[in-house]
Design a protein around this ligand. Sequence first.
Ligand SMILES: [Zn+2]
Length: 383
Amino acid sequence: MNGRSNYSVEETVSLSDFAGNQFTMYRLNPVGYAIYDHNNNFIEGSYQCNSPYDAYDDGTFYYVGPTCYYVQDENGILDIKEGITYSSSQMKGGTYALRPNIELEQMGSSVSTNAYPSPVSGKSTTYNDFTVINDYNFFRKMSAVPEYGTNTCALVAISILMLYCDTFYNDAFVADNYILETSHVYTDYSYSVSDIDIDDFQKSPYATDGFVKLLLEEYASSIIFTDGAMANAEIRSTINKYIEAEASSLVGNYSTDDGAVFFTHANTRDFIADGLPVLISMTKYTPASETKASKTKYHTVVAYGYDSNDRFLVHMGYRDEQEMILSSATIYSYYALTYTGSHVHSCNYKAAKSNGTNWGSVELGYVCGCGAVLDSNKNVISD
Ligand SMILES: [Zn+2]
């Protein structure tokens, strides 16, 4: 991963998938990692967090794509993310390998007319080597997310997108009781309401576990119960059903665009340049336990940046994994939502200040993504 001169390689670690294909992982100093395939193609990495393998001192490490990390111990093969241990015979099938659809994915990558758009003034900007949406700090600071069982990654990604829309577009996207607001106390007791800025907050608001439960039980496509696969069409259906039932004032005030295989990468970049976060579904692997070898596993994440080396900056949908870098070669489909209605202020950021005499604090108000400050009755007290 070029572009960061103050990072050095601390250790080189060998990984393989269950078909014997080799990968190389570099542990970076002071923090971070990068995984490359046997042809030296970058697959995934981060400058923000260490690899999931770092929690394990030694052993045989297996890798079948982003979010699919395994370590062999005396009990079997542990899925690091899910915490489930499998027997060796369950995993070591020739089909349990990374990226079975790579030829299709490369086709999607090559078909593009405007591969790397420049930042659009007022909509996107530059962060390190990436073109990012203007509100990129919302994703960088969402260090916690709802956690609700396995096979819900697409629903967690939807929750992140809905919270973004609620914070920056219209307060109706997510009901307040499904939002864990974030708060910030200014130590300066002379601080005034007009000085409040969401960039001062250390963490972003996020959705409750109950929000993911609601999506899963009421609105999600039944396909996720069978094999965890949820790509653009299932995401579109889930969001439309959710909005019709839970946020009906938004019907007619948004449009969506999604697709798979063709233009997947170019369109995703265009939306990000236009200031929109994009849900992207990555192919992971074909499980050996499936009798139909054509079934593919997906993982859905939220992309909010891209660089000129065919990589995306994403929130992975996991706690403390909000600045991950992924090769576009793993991406199968995209989904973007454009809000076309008028802005309605939200109250997801709560500001207070020291009262100057003891450790207590004085409430200042709530700040919307647009910068307006509101009181607890959602009346604007400062624009
Ligand atoms: Zn507002």
